[in-house]
Design a protein. Sequence first.
Length: 317
Amino acid sequence: MSKVYVIHENEEWTEYLFKRLEELDIPYEDWLLDNGSIDLTKEPPEGIFYNRMSASSHTRGHRYSPELANAVIGWLEAHGRTVINGSRALQLELSKVLQYLELEKHGIRTPKTIAAVGKDELLKQAQSFEGQKFITKHNRAGKGLGVQLFQSVDALKEYVEGDEFEEPVDGVTLIQEYIESPEAFITRCEFVGGKFLYAVRVDTSEGFELCPADACSIDDLFCPVGEEPASPTKFQIQKDFHHPILENYEQVLAANNIQIAGIEFIKDQDGNLYTYDINTNTNYNSDAEALAEKYGMLEVAGYLGERLNQIRQKSYS
């Protein structure tokens, strides 16, 4: 029997999805890729395959899970299986450089960014930001990995040459202009089935001093796990949110065969909008959803069920 297969490396992040699939009586199987293997001489099972592999898997001891997922998804796609958030989505999840290039291709402004490998090159390229605030972050990120705010190149030099420097898992560090925002919040737009679902305003005033555009509190608070639950006021789903940027976002998702994602933006003091993250492993805040009576994982489960029914109908025809 065809079913939904969920590809991931973190069991805590799939708990809510599995509950929704069970609620809708949609058959599924858990494909936990913390380790494993694939036999390339065999065909994959029939069904729908939903990729939820995370760029931050190495922080949970799963260093090579994305590489394994890439092999599995390639195997599935080679056999014509339907993969939700397939190989291209995984590429973007693992590289902010690719995200920014794709966003700019579709007329979406991103912060000025330079990618560098090696400490000497990092310090050299930072010279172009002298006289202004800038941040560093990891190319393969999630959880705000490597995010630091600097007032000068000298401050960066002290960090890079000190014991606190975080080496990126892929070796690529990004240097990026710091976006000054008049209010301490960012906006995250959620998409299911490639279509806009809702926008949530995220308060960044607590634990978000380094950069109001990409600190670990964002991913941690969106996730249903963490040492402490987020305040209900941290996340507020915006009623009747409309913005021309949504059409551009949907174009980016369609062009890259991404069906489920969260895209984040921030506005500067002049009202200019900067987009800085495409998260293809999106999670939702339960408190905000309960207040707004909008439920992301329920929408995701329903979408997966619809796609499953489509392939079943094809097999019967």
